[in-house]
Design a protein around this ligand. Structure first.
Ligand SMILES: *Cc1c(COP(=O)(O)O)cnc(C)c1O
Length: 381
């Protein structure tokens, strides 16, 4: 089977793991955690980073640090992985779901601006949702497939309505936006180091930001809000720390970020050039403003294509190719069917057409050529 996206563990991972074992630093104390935080902060131009045990934990920690609390609404796209919405729920808040734009499959900021103008009102320092009376406390944007959103536009909205921006950049490490450092695009940005991401730590996450006070507050909250060496705690904290073992893998992976992202972009470029011209097939979107980290590659099949996407996936699987459909929108998921939401024209027209194809950084040219031939033949060209 040619896998969809598997880890590429062929650098210093083993040596660094042995160092953890040799020095007995296998848990949340040890030099690799801070080294990993520094590497990611440096890469993204952030003042600091806080490593967490998963991307989801990072999102929860970041929302908490930004003040999202029980009963709030948090603006977020419906076209995302369910962890985005779950992190909002873990705060006791609810997502207010928006469509995504066609040019990037990221948050439709025109819709956000219009609906905020029509449906919100100020009450002193608070912004409230008129119909429900709920406090609107943050905007979440998701860098879909590793592609940053229209952040200059979103920042203006955030300023106008006085809302913080949290970027779920889970798979966007290595992406670029108008030559600006990733950390400058939002108040806080979260990455995931799950096994299917470009850079993995086995599992893990990281929150980066430019406000050092906020970063320190997150570090405090992520380590049970402990004060001093004894059992004093000054807030309801979390145990969200990454272990030194995971960070050791993360450090070895970070040494190869540039190489991995270049390979991901090359894989995407090959699929685009080989399949982009096939009738009924469209490449994934790429907006002018951004250079995607190309976490996942694949194609979008137009409505006219005869077979259902499920059938295409099954036929590819029978040829030894792990091809998959992509995110099912949040408003179609059982826990969120009754969430506050806006029109979903693009999301609903898009999600069932997205076919993700093998794109591990270890894929060979022969394997990718085999996938391309199989896709052509399965969709009937
Ligand atoms: C992978 C991913 C997450 C979750 O990260 P975990 O480390 O698996 O918790 C969240 N959001 C998006 C967009 C992702 O792709």
């Amino acid at each position: 089977m040619i896998p969809l996206a598997v880890p590429n563990i062929s650098g210093n991972e083993e040596a660094y793991l042995q160092e953890c074992v040799r020095t007995n630093f296998v848990s949340s104390v040890g030099p690799f955690v801070s080294q990993f935080e520094a590497a990611v902060a440096n890469e993204t131009g952030a003042a600091g980073g806080v490593a967490t045990c998963s991307g989801t934990a990072g999102l929860h920690l970041a929302l908490t640090a930004l003040g999202v609390s029980r009963g709030d609404l948090v603006i977020s796209p419906s076209f995302t992985f369910i962890a985005t919405a779950n992190a909002i729920s873990h705060c006791g808040a609810e997502p207010w779901l928006f469509d995504s734009g066609e040019e990037s499959w990221t948050l439709d900021i025109d819709q956000v601006r219009d609906r905020l103008a029509a449906e919100s009102e100020r009450f002193g320092a608070e912004l409230r949702h008129k119909r429900t009376g709920k406090r609107i406390s943050a905007i979440m944007v998701v860098y879909t497939l590793g592609h940053p959103g229209d952040m200059d536009g979103l920042k203006k909205i955030a300023r106008d309505f006085n809302l913080p921006i949290l970027a779920d950049g889970a798979a966007a490490l290595g992406a670029a936006y108008k030559n600006k450092p990733l950390a400058d695009l939002a108040d806080l940005t979260v990455f995931s180091f799950n096994g299917n991401k470009t850079i993995t730590a086995g599992g893990g996450g990281m929150v980066v930001g430019n406000d050092s006070e906020l970063v320190n507050r997150m570090r405090h909250l992520s380590t049970t809000a402990r004060v001093g060496e004894d059992y004093h705690h000054d807030a309801v904290g979390f145990n969200y720390r990454l272990t030194n073992l995971q960070a050791a893998v993360g450090c070895a992976q970070m040494e190869r970020l540039e190489e991995f992202v270049a390979k991901k972009r090359q894989i995407a470029a090959i699929y685009n050039s080989e399949l982009g011209e096939v009738a009924g097939v469209k490449p994934f979107p790429a907006a002018r403003w951004a250079s995607s980290a190309c976490w996942f590659s694949g194609v979008s099949l137009e409505a006219g294509i005869t077979k259902s996407l499920n059938e295409v996936c099954n036929k590819l699987k029978s040829r030894g190719i792990d091809a998959k459909m992509f995110w099912k929108p949040i408003h179609m998921q059982a826990p969120y069917m009754r969430a506050e939401r806006e029109e979903m024209a693009t999301t609903e027209a898009t999600w069932e057409r997205v076919l993700t194809l093998p794109c591990s950084t270890s894929i060979t040219a022969d394997e990718q050529a085999y996938v391309i031939d199989a896709v052509r033949s399965v969709i009937g060209h």
